[in-house]
Design a binder for this molecule. Sequence first.
Ligand SMILES: [Zn+2]
Length: 486
Amino acid sequence: MELTKEMVAAYEAVIGLEVHVQLATASKIFCGCSTRFGDPPNSNVCPVCLGLPGSLPVLNRRAVELAVRAALALNCLVNPASRFARKNYFYPDLPKGYQISQFDQPLSERGWLEVETNGARKRIGITRLHLEEDAGKSLHEGFPDSDAKTYLDFNRCGVPLVEIVSEPDLRSPAEAYAYLTALKQVLDYIEVSDCDMEKGSLRCDANVSMRRKGEAKFGVKAEVKNLNSFRYLARALEYEIERQVGVLEEGGRIEQETRLWNLAAGRTEPMRSKEYAHDYRYFPEPDLLPLAVDAKWLEQIRAAMPELPAAKRARFVRDYGLTDYDADVLTATRALADYFEEVVREAPDAKTAANWIQSELLGALKEAGKEIADSPVTPAALVELLRLMADGTLSGKMAKTVFGKMFTTGRPAREIIAAEKMEQITDTGEIEKLCREVLAVNPGQVEAYKKGKEALFGFFVGQVMKATRGQANPALVNDTLKRLLG
Ligand SMILES: [Zn+2]
């Protein structure tokens, strides 16, 4: 059956996201092994994270602090007492045969995150945020006998994670995208994770179901795994929505199952029938005490919390007179916001600084495929350029040329100006001399101008600018020519 737009439009998607985030600790959650990414396979392991008999886990205090910080930033209630639980399942990358997670008594619950789509703001509920350990990694390729064997790297076993489960409050792929973007931004700001999806520091699964518009009851949901890039999240959800509508329109039923996003094929594929909590035989972890976060510790963590994106946006509007749009762009990442604040502290004018960062700097970075952290133009170097423009040494047009050279060479503005003799000509005597020369070699045009052909004025200005390679101060050239011709 051919699926029409009208058929899809008759349904509403109900989407919830489960996001796993690797916490930025130096060591693992229950042992002292390093969490460093990219080390040789199985070099960061010990009896604890390999689950050898007789070994006992010891909880990493820093992991708890980072998880609590994330919980507070997402407006969650932090439970004074929570408990670790064993989630039992067999998989080759899980040497203990169970994962230490949290189940019926999680670290924190009932939060929310505000997202914006198409100019409308909406609160997305957060069901829970809990601590758990990561599993290892199966390596299916890259070895001479990879066609016959699977290799295992246990370096990732025991790396601390938080799992952040949203309420099924998302109604479209665009909202899911906006939620994940806002979540990543908050986590980046509070420095609990590097949120690098390519390294697997941020992973996303989605629960998707469809219901006819106007219906209150949720449909049967499928879980889509492996949505490990922002680009694929929206595509995978769009695919899954159409697939489910197709099944329902043909009178079929949605199976409760786990599906995998197949990137190469551009579709979701059945992976296994959905597990239920009871399949995991959860029980309290007997080797760890209940986790206690008392009011004093909670306050210490709250007091050390960096400024959140929404607060920073509001402050930029208030303190620097930026528009909401400018504040949005300049707070997109913490690194960019810090860069702007370093510039604006010393720059002659906040609005000009904001414009230059948004147009010239971000444009050049995008073209070069660079991040703000790798910008060849430092905040101090940009401040110097803005000052040279404010004091008239450079015209706006010249400043852009100088900026381009600063970006490609990494050299400061003054050096480039001196080497290329680019300073703006503001000496009135010199400008008058140049203007007189231009008028002297164009007697015909001068006569025509005086007879009323006023459009020729632009021609004279152009000739002076050309003679000075654009370095004459345009306002002074205008005034001087008017005086000489008048
Ligand atoms: Zn270890």
